[in-house]
Design a binder for this molecule. Structure first.
Ligand code: GLU
Length: 282
């Protein structure tokens, strides 16, 4: 597929994970990187694109703020951390976006938002309105209220669902690896990089799970599942290394970076059935 077509994409969803937003050594926010991210996203807006950011980090930032070193196991602790962290995260985003006079909005979702017909319509209408107003919606799971039965569990899935909901043209997943490999590149030096995926078949899904699991090295299984949702709903999806946020600009300029999953809208794909039946776990 000629990547030049990506230049024409108008409605862009970008997902960034906690590990890309924080310093590995301390867990504190990487402000220099967030600043760059904000500049790149505002510049896309300035080109007339519509931009949605799906940002993780609520729990990580909250933990750091209240001084909890270990990943919390207890749900109420996790939720309290998310409540503290989400507000802090938004404060930083709003401060940085304000430098460029770019408005942002917070949208917090649970699985219920999607499964309930009225909530889903309300969410979609709100996204539409915000994008018309030129606002960049910043989305996360509502970790403060969502428990196991209610949660998407990971923002790869959430970002694909948001892309499907608003009929986005492209989803960019910024990860801590360069894209999809035939095997875990940390363990197998023979692993080959996959630049382009035309259709997601069983062998590809097996690559994400199976014995050669890459789950521990960037959650490849959830990314392939996200790709299924995004591509079936008519969006292209790119997995790229979020180490440098300038990759976003490069991808949108048609450069051959990361793994591209090609869109192929499938009218038979029923998003709500897929969400209701799939089990997610953190
Ligand atoms: N919603 C979670 C948070 O903000 C992150 C989920 C994920 O890392 O995918 O902490």
């Amino acid at each position: 597929m000629n990547r030049e077509v990506l230049k024409e994409k108008k409605r862009i969803v970008i997902k960034i994970g906690s590990s890309s937003l924080t310093h590995e050594q301390t867990g504190n926010l990487n402000l220099a990187k967030m600043e760059k991210l904000v500049r790149v996203l505002t510049d896309l807006r300035n080109q007339g694109k519509e931009v949605v950011l799906v940002s993780s980090g609520a729990i990580a930032v909250g933990r750091e703020a209240v001084g909890i070193k270990e990943k919390p196991k207890k749900t109420s602790v996790k939720q309290a951390c998310a409540a503290v962290g989400q507000a802090k995260l938004m404060m930083v985003y709003q401060k940085l976006f304000a430098e460029y006079n770019q408005l942002t909005a917070q949208i917090l979702m649970t699985k219920y938002t999607m499964i309930n017909d009225i909530s889903r319509k309300n969410a979609r209408d709100t996204f539409e309105e915000l994008l018309t107003l030129g606002v960049i919606p910043i989305v996360n799971e509502n970790d403060t209220v969502s428990t196991d039965e209610l949660e998407f569990g990971d923002n790869d899935t959430l970002s694909a669902i948001v892309t499907a909901l608003i009929q986005g043209d492209i989803l960019i997943l910024l990860s801590d690896i360069d894209g999809l490999y035939t095997d875990d590149p940390h363990k197998n030096p023979e692993a080959n990089f996959i630049e382009y995926v035309e259709t997601i078949d069983e062998s590809l899904e097996a690559m994400g799970k199976g014995s050669n699991s890459m789950v521990g090295t960037g959650g490849m299984a959830t990314k392939i599942s996200a790709a299924r949702i995004a591509t079936n709903s008519g969006a292209d999806m790119v997995i790229a290394n979020g180490d440098k946020v300038s990759v976003i600009t490069k991808i949108m300029n048609g450069e051959n970076i990361g793994t591209l999953f090609q869109a192929h809208k499938d009218e038979k794909f029923k998003l709500i059935n897929y969400i209701s039946t799939k089990q997610y776990s953190r």
